[in-house]
Write a protein that binds this ligand. Structure first.
Ligand code: ADP
Length: 451
């Protein structure tokens, strides 16, 4: 900051000195252009003094201000030159006391440097100039032919008087400048630290992002591979299984009662195992088909779909004496087959997990939401404890043994996949022995487009 002030003041003085030069020459030309000796006239010596002496005084400071701005020697040279200019102008105006004010003006300008040492140099030059000229050429400096030999001291005294205030101003301004700079430096440090932190954090975030992206790619790849594996395995296993089942049934038909009782029992176990395996494979195939065989969604009537699901469950409903009621169901944007499977699994479970020796009643509701439709299927069955309510949506997770309730643990996993495929979520509200409410949402067409 100080350097800037010095350079700026150097430039200002270069211009000021050149202006003074022009002014000095103009003054000399206007006030005493010619000198006369009898009839002969010639250019007055003042004109030459203004031109050449002024030029000599101005040359070095202007050169330094131009070539070496901000240098300590430059501003002291400028201080000397400025005071010499005051001296020259005093001389050119015949030692007029008014021109002495030029010195005070010069000192005030020199204070622009905010460097008190420059004022000392200028004051010394003033004192020396007044002392020497007062002694040898008083007319040039005081405008009188004879002056007291101590008059220079009086002039120097006034200059020192002004210096006292200017020096104080310089010191004060330097102190202020230091304080401003300290604050700015502190601020810059804080800024730098913040910038550094931001850069670090950005780098970290970029790294995290790239890791997350990589993980997402890996996850989706492994999901895809798993899906394909589940589909291919369950599809390809069907054929040999069908063979095992049919031959086991053949053996059972032909040899039941012809071998010993152990053999009959073993054959029953084998047939039962094969049947369960067939169900498991079919369910697994269903699960992978939710994503592989998804059909395009369209506007459908959920009530029609629901009734189709009920007709698939006709025998189970009749056998269990289950009463199913429902509110009017809306038009929704969905894959018809998947919605049918969803209703079928949920109502089927309500039938399967009914309380023993009591009639099951199921009620289905639908409510519109901001983003689509909210369905709920209430039963009065055995209920599910809170801690199991999320777990049951995971594939193969069952809460009962095959002896208690038959099943593969895939039904609700299929439901969750279907709901997700429709931009919704599925959850349970239930307590053991108090029945369950299965809730699921389906997004509107526009919501799906947004998602
Ligand atoms: P599965 O019925 O083949 O066992 P699901 O995935 O359909 O498989 O169900 C997972 C588990 O959730 C079931 O084993 C059962 O314990 C529980 N469950 C599902 N529906 C109900 C229901 N309506 N009431 C009580 N429990 C249920």
């Amino acid at each position: 900051m100080q350097e800037t002030v010095w350079r700026r003041t150097d430039r200002m003085f270069a211009v000021l000195i050149l202006c003074q030069w022009a002014f000095g020459v103009a003054c000399a030309v206007i006030t005493s252009p010619k000198t006369w000796s009898g009839l002969n006239s010639q250019v007055h010596v003042h004109v030459w003094a203004a031109l050449f002496l002024g030029g000599a005084i101005s040359f070095l400071p202007v050169l330094l201000a131009w070539q070496r701005p901000g240098w300590v020697f430059t501003r002291h040279t400028i201080a000397v030159a400025q005071i010499l200019w005051s001296a020259l102008l005093i001389h050119l105006t015949g030692g007029r006391i008014e021109t002495h004010f030029h010195i005070f003006g010069s000192l005030a300008f020199l204070a622009f440097y905010r460097d008190w040492r420059v004022l000392i140099t200028a004051t010394l030059v003033v004192a020396a100039d007044h002392a020497i000229r007062g002694m040898f050429w008083p007319q040039s400096v005081f405008g009188v032919l004879a002056a007291s030999q101590w008059r220079w001291l009086e002039h120097a005294g006034w200059v020192v008087f002004e210096d006292i205030f200017l020096i104080q101003a310089c010191l004060f301004s330097q102190k202020e400048m230091r304080e401003i700079c300290a604050k700015r430096a502190a601020l810059e440090n804080v800024n730098q630290e913040i910038e550094h932190q931001i850069k670090l954090r950005t780098r970290e975030l970029e790294f995290e992002k790239s890791v997350t992206e990589k993980q997402a790619v890996l996850l989706s790849r492994s999901n895809e591979e798993l899906r394909q594996f589940a589909y291919v395995a369950s599809h390809d296993l069907q054929e040999p299984l069908r063979m095992v089942t049919s031959y086991l049934q053949l053996i059972s038909k032909r040899y039941k009662g012809k071998l010993d009782s152990d053999a009959d029992e073993f054959i029953d176990f084998a047939v039962d195992g094969a049947t369960r395996m067939k169900r498991l494979i079919n369910d697994l195939l269903d699960y992978s088909r939710v994503s592989t065989h998804a059909k395009e969604k369209k506007q459908i009537n959920a009530e029609d779909t629901f009734l189709k699901a009920l007709s698939n469950l006709k025998i189970a409903l009749e056998e269990s004496d289950t009463v199913v009621t429902h509110d009017p169901l809306p038009q929704v944007w969905a894959d018809d087959g998947q919605l049918e499977r969803l209703f079928q699994n949920l109502v089927g479970n309500a039938v399967k997990y009914r309380k023993k020796d009591s009639k099951q009643a199921v009620h289905v509701r639908a409510q519109q939401t901001d983003t689509g439709w909210h369905f709920s299927i209430r039963d009065h069955g055995i209920g599910i404890a809170k801690e199991h309510q999320e777990r049951v949506f995971v594939i193969f997770q069952r809460l009962h043994s095959a002896q208690e309730y038959s099943g593969t643990g895939i039904g609700l996993a299929v439901c969750q996949k279907i709901v997700q495929n429709h931009g919704g979520k599925i959850w349970i509200e239930s307590e053991p022995d108090m029945g369950s409410v299965f809730h699921f949402t389906i997004a509107n067409h526009e919501q799906k487009e947004f998602a």
